[in-house]
Design a protein around this ligand. Structure first.
Ligand code: CTP
Ligand code: CA
Length: 222
């Protein structure tokens, strides 16, 4: 019944979304990761399906069920995530980067379980590719939406990221407000400025993000 009343503003659109953390292996039993429940990305995938879109959800390791109507591709490290995203991109109208991608990974992955030794262990880390920046820089880039979870100075960092990565839209939030929780309070940033959304369950926040995105997409004549 709900579907009958909700306007399908993304009908005929293909949306690719990243969600969850990435896991960067150190050895066969260890790795480094970021804190991310995946809830916001999965809620957005659900909201995009409800808006009529075809959705590919490229997800790092999380314990969440696949939303109905969503094609999930499970990945581990940032490089796997990038590969899965680029494989899903042909025909995509929108790319939404919600994943908490690890910025660095161990330079070398030990083939066997590392044994403990006395003293300090030093790990060398190398930078991961920036998936969102790479997608946004494509000559035929889809409409790209970024996320920024900050612990301070949200407006400056969020708008700075939007400009630096050349994104038409970015969703910012303070980690204290949303991480791991079922509620979130976010601010949307675009060329017209900042648009705060009220605190609400992540499903509702996702609906607000999709509504704004659909409006910008239509305004851009895409
Ligand atoms: N992102 C990405 N690939 C990366 C890092 C980030 O696709 N290697 C995406 C995230 O999914 C998010 C946006 O870029 O949509 C911003 O991520 P964030 O970590 O907040 O920004 P960074 O550019 O990595 O800057 P920093 O971590 O220094 O704040
Ligand atoms: Ca980062």
């Amino acid at each position: 019944l709900e579907g009958f009343f909700v306007p399908k503003r993304l009908t005929g659109r293909k949306v690719v979304i990243t969600a969850g953390p990435t896991f960067e292996a150190i050895d066969p039993v260890r790795g480094i990761t970021n804190i991310s429940s995946g809830k916001m990305g999965y809620a957005l995938a659900r909201a995009c399906v409800q808006a009529g879109a075809e959705v590919v959800l490229v997800s790092g390791p999380v314990s969440l069920p696949v939303p109905a109507g969503v094609r999930r591709v499970s990945v581990s490290g940032a490089r796997d995530m990038r590969e899965a995203v680029f494989a899903a991109l042909p025909g995509a109208d929108v790319f939404i980067g919600v994943a908490a991608v690890a910025d660095y990974r161990p330079l070398e992955v030990a083939e066997h379980k590392m044994k403990k030794k006395d003293g300090i262990l030093t790990l060398s880390l190398t930078q991961n590719p920036d998936i969102l920046a790479d997608v946004a820089a494509l000559p035929d880039a889809p409409f790209c939406v970024g996320f920024a979870a900050e612990s301070q100075d949200l407006d400056a960092y969020a708008e700075g990221k939007r400009q630096k990565k050349g994104l038409p839209m970015l969703v910012g939030n303070l980690v204290q407000d949303g991480m791991g929780a079922d509620d979130n309070v976010v601010v949307l940033y675009d060329d017209a400025g900042r648009h705060p959304l009220p605190r609400a369950p992540k499903a509702e926040v996702a609906g607000g993000i999709v509504a704004h995105l659909a409006t910008l997409l239509a305004a851009a004549g895409r």
